[in-house]
Design a protein around this ligand. Structure first.
Ligand code: 5GP
Length: 191
């Protein structure tokens, strides 16, 4: 029954450590989670795998899918960097009987929450301060200085939208944050 699946939506400001917490949740087999692989039009990073981290598309391919109504939601998160949740992959996870974990930006999180309502739990993760977020992005070193600045400039807007999520987590100490997110998800999934 499709309505029995539960949906976990994780969003966060840049440099919040969101991906680490997403990967941590995925380690828990008792949560019965499948990661929702999004489509995106940015360049693949060195360690990323097409079809596992994202379905990497060109901007034109992405726009064609928008025109053909293939997305449950999509956002141009940064200029020419489109990201979107494919209806087809969401449906196939729902039919498999698994719970879904979405890692999306705040606007995407808001759209998915509006779609699934009480079937979904939206969690927003933020770094303790903007300067800590900047340090984390510099250490990660996967973006150029220009891209890091774009991401930093968006943090304030992300935090405002993040206040609309069901739960907000400040990722200060990673061990504590792991415990906290595990507890929140466990309660919601009732496992
Ligand atoms: P990154 O380039 O760092 O992988 O992702 C940039 C942002 O896009 C992150 O906040 C990520 O969660 C978000 N994102 C990834 N997939 C999707 C999606 O399908 N829809 C939306 N709206 N955002 C996404």
């Amino acid at each position: 029954m499709l309505h029995l699946n539960k949906i976990i939506i994780i969003s966060g400001s840049s440099g919040s450590g969101k991906t680490t917490l997403v990967n941590y949740l995925m380690l828990h087999s008792e949560f019965n989670l499948t990661f929702s692989v999004s489509a995106c039009s940015r360049q693949k990073r060195p360690l990323e795998i097409d079809g596992k981290n994202y379905f990497f598309l060109s901007v034109d391919e992405f726009k064609e899918k928008i025109n053909n109504d293939h997305f449950l939601e999509w956002e141009e998160v940064y200029k020419d960097h489109f990201y979107g949740t494919l209806k087809s992959s969401t449906m196939s996870i729902l039919h498999s009987g698994k719970n879904i974990l979405f890692d999306v930006d705040v606007k995407g999180a808001r759209s998915i929450k509006a779609y699934f309502k009480d079937q979904a739990l939206s969690i927003f993760i933020k770094a303790p301060t903007v300067s800590i977020a900047r340090d984390r992005l510099m250490q990660r070193a996967t973006e150029s200085a220009r891209e890091i600045n774009f991401r930093i400039n968006k943090i304030q807007d992300e935090i405002v939208i993040g206040q609309q999520m069901d739960y907000q987590l400040i990722n200060d100490d990673l061990t504590d944050s792991k415990d906290e997110i595990k507890c929140v998800v466990k309660n919601f999934l009732d496992v």
